[in-house]
Design a protein around this ligand. Structure first.
Ligand SMILES: *Cc1c(COP(=O)(O)O)cnc(C)c1O
Length: 400
């Protein structure tokens, strides 16, 4: 691991991204993917599909390259994709988005989120309220933006927030309430009363709602409700999504963000100096994807729900207590009955002992709250059915 020269350490250390000895702390994802490569274990750690997305979308990207879409696209994004995002938001949710002023294409949801935080955070007294556990880039991006993280716990079995704890976390120092629905890593889909309370609190304290909806088409029991569709929400909400999860194109890094023009302009001022632009041949291809028939989107959710079922059965047979997800790529299971009360140690040993890689939920939690999630493990279900069945068989042999 490389040691960062002293003068550069301040930023990284300030953001909590540096280990005590001055090295770059390896993420658990890098560590576990390395373990998967070393041991040949099945990687249910990182959330990427092992099958390609729709052929029309892949073909459209090849065609775009052949047709010369190989130079910088416009800063806000390729007009056809901006139009397709606007059409998509109207078709599925009845939201009106002006493709000229209210949406920009980003290098994945990750850039949309980071640019938003850098744009909207004023100083170290600003707070960002997030639900915990949280997607790992959230805390890093909040720290890089120089704000304070305030967490609201999501606890098993249903991982819905307690509304009183939510209300207590939001104050006049809250600049942003950051929502992720459907939720990674827990698989929760927030109840309407939670979304209503987020909007009420944002209004009361004049905060911006930033909502990460990358799993919008992977909600298993109910149609997705964007928080921007709630009364009085749209005027203060920035909605982030991405093509990666919807079209199994996580490596393309085509995301987007939409909301009121003034907020979008603020995000654009930062985004233009992060990546400026990205993925010119992929942008028209994702426009094709967003215009696919409804059946593509409903099948994607049905197929993934079936994969979760197969994974869940296997995990139960192996002795885990499973918390079935309501959306997204991941199933959370409790390993305590298998001797995994310390899930971090359990996951470190799992590649060698069972030939499977998974991630402890503590990787998505602030250090001071890790005990609360100690026995929980996250498994990716976005893999081929035969791969999931083999993983389940290995875990069952391990526990026998
Ligand atoms: C995968 C994921 C992202 C990252 O999306 P990209 O488009 O790959 O940047 C963001 N948020 C959540 C919750 C995710 O699961």
């Amino acid at each position: 691991m490389s040691v960062i020269p002293g003068a550069w350490r301040r930023t990284a250390a300030g953001a909590g991204l540096l280990a005590a000895d001055g090295t770059v702390a390896p993420t658990i994802f890098a560590e576990m993917s390395a373990a998967a490569a070393r041991t040949g274990a099945i990687n249910l750690g990182q959330g990427f599909p092992d099958e390609d997305g729709p052929a029309e979308v892949l073909e459209a990207a090849r065609r775009a390259i052949a047709d010369g879409a190989n130079q910088y696209p416009p800063g806000r994004g390729v007009p056809d994709l901006l139009a397709a995002i606007s059409e998509h938001q109207h078709r599925f949710y009845g939201l009106d988005v002006d493709p000229g002023t209210e949406v920009i294409v980003t290098a994945g949801a990750t850039e949309a989120l980071t640019a938003t935080l850098l744009a909207l955070i004023d100083g170290p007294d600003d707070e960002v309220v997030v639900f915990e556990p949280y997607y790992d880039s959230y805390a890093a991006a909040v720290a890089l933006a120089g704000a304070r993280l305030r967490t609201v716990p999501l606890r098993a079995p249903d991982f819905q927030p307690d509304l009183e704890q939510l209300a207590a976390a939001v104050t006049d120092r809250t600049r942003i309430i950051l929502v992720n629905d459907p939720h990674n890593p827990t698989g929760a889909v927030f109840g309407r009363e939670v979304l209503v309370e987020v909007v009420r609190l944002a209004q009361q304290h004049d905060a911006v709602i930033v909502t990460d909806e990358v799993y919008e088409h992977l909600s298993f029991h109910s149609p997705h409700t964007p928080i921007a569709t709630l009364p009085d929400a749209a005027e203060r909400t920035l909605t982030i999504s991405s093509a990666g999860k919807t079209f199994s194109t996580t490596g393309w890094k085509i995301g987007w963000i939409h909301g009121p023009a003034a907020l979008i302009t603020a995000v654009l001022t930062v985004k233009q100096y992060l990546t400026y632009v990205n993925g010119s041949p992929f942008q028209p291809a994702i426009a094709v994807g967003l215009r696919l028939d409804d059946s593509y989107f409903s099948n994607a959710a049905t197929e993934l729900a079936r994969k979760h079922q197969i994974l869940g059965q296997g995990l139960r047979a192996a002795g885990f207590t499973v918390h079935p997800p309501r959306g997204g790529y991941f199933t959370v299971a409790d390993a305590t009955a298998l001797g995994g009360a310390d899930a971090a140690a359990f996951c470190r040993a799992l590649p060698e002992r069972a030939g499977v890689v998974a991630i402890p939920l503590s990787a998505f939690v602030s250090p001071e709250h890790r005990e609360d999630y100690a026995g929980l493990v996250r498994f990716a279900a976005c893999k081929r059915i035969d791969v999931l069945e083999e993983a389940a068989a290995r875990l069952t042999r391990y526990s026998a």
